[in-house]
Design a protein around this ligand. Structure first.
Ligand code: AMP
Length: 118
């Protein structure tokens, strides 16, 4: 089985490795959190596992503990940067809006959020 650790061509692997700059707001042993380059809300941070897997379904199957780490870091960021309330979005597949195929959670908050999935 191929090593799922990193992929040289993956944008988020390169941010994790420090090869591409990002505004990192938090990190732990398994994940980093950095500001989305095109924020959609006052708080819009991406929580990215260091492990390269394509999406949240693969993460849940391969490393469920890291999925729990993603949620914990998202909660920590929302507590420090907003009021602790947040929406967590995992786009999964191109038709859902996924454009970077390295699993990441969008942490959205800092405002009253409407519901407009399309
Ligand atoms: P998704 O469309 O769900 O795969 O989300 C990918 C997100 O990555 C988008 O919200 C982009 O704005 C964001 N993004 C792309 N490139 C960068 C970058 N270099 N630094 C920070 N965020 C980025």
């Amino acid at each position: 089985m191929p090593d799922p650790g990193t992929e040289q061509s993956c944008l988020f692997c390169r941010i994790v490795a420090g090869e591409i700059p990002a505004t990192i707001v938090a990190s732990d042993d398994s994940c980093i959190a950095f500001r989305d380059i095109t924020p959609q809300a006052p708080l819009h941070v991406l929580v990215v596992p260091r492990l390269h897997l394509p999406d949240v379904a693969a993460l849940a199957a391969r490393a469920p503990g890291v999925l729990a780490d993603v949620v914990a870091l998202a909660s920590k960021v929302a507590a420090s940067e907003a009021d602790g309330q947040f929406r967590l979005i995992f786009n999964t597949g191109a038709r859902s809006g996924q454009s970077v195929f390295h699993v990441h959670a969008h942490v959205i908050g800092g405002a009253e959020l409407g519901w407009s999935p399309a």
